[in-house]
Design a protein around this ligand. Structure first.
Ligand code: PCA
Length: 206
């Protein structure tokens, strides 16, 4: 059995992305389950297509997509992806869609199927701030969550999926103020999220 964990390359003014820095620190295997890691481009559509292609090629039991949300003060599993693209900054191809739908005729929203409340409880027990978020924004992370859950509902109904936003990591705060977590702490939280997702999988897929 394998699960896929994705993070993002840097975007905007950032030289690094906290999600990528933390994902790199995770082991290749967790509780006997193989972890495939993938770094996604910060591109509307292409990032989501990369996950779809991976799901077609490999038999994943779960997909945990991860991204950075500067300004967040906690590890925030996202509950919902909405059918909106509206960019405040350019994606890495210079695109800035405004007030558009991700999927014409698509449902308004899809929910994550990760055990978000359990993940939050366990991360808090480890002394790391965490809460469920009900708004993944309208940039590329929301695109990935919406399309991942659309693809799962239509093509891969046995796969668990969802998205986790992480705060900035301390390395990004050299020339700015604001909240950040050590990348080792973020890694610890993501490890807990993976463990709880694995524990939540139906026993017959193990
Ligand atoms: N965060 C952005 C996209 C890539 C990332 O790490 C977002 O929240 O949409």
């Amino acid at each position: 059995m394998k699960i896929l964990m994705t993070a993002f390359e840097p975007f905007g003014k950032d030289k690094i992305n906290a999600s990528e820095e933390a994902l790199k620190l995770l082991p290749k295997e967790i509780d006997g389950v193989e972890i495939d890691k993938m770094i996604l481009p910060v591109l509307y559509k292409e990032a989501a297509v990369k996950i779809y292609d991976a799901l077609c090629e490999e038999g994943y039991s779960a997909v945990i997509a991860i991204g950075q949300a500067a300004g967040r003060k906690a590890i925030t599993p996202e509950a919902i992806g909405i059918n909106v693209m509206h960019a405040r900054i350019q994606d890495n191809a210079g695109r800035m869609p405004q007030h558009r739908k991700l999927l014409e005729g698509g449902k308004d929203a899809y929910f994550s199927t990760l055990p978000n409340e359990i993940i939050v409880e366990k991360i808090k027990e480890a002394g790391i701030p965490s809460e469920v978020s009900y708004h993944a924004g309208t940039f590329v992370c929301n695109d990935v969550l919406y399309h991942l859950m659309y693809d799962i509902s239509v093509y891969f109904p046995n796969v668990l999926g969802g998205f986790i936003h992480v705060p900035n990591c301390t390395e990004q705060m050299i020339d700015k103020d604001g909240f950040a977590l050590d990348k080792e702490e973020i890694k610890k939280a993501l490890l807990i999220a993976a463990k709880e997702t694995i524990a939540y999988l139906p026993k017959n897929v193990l």
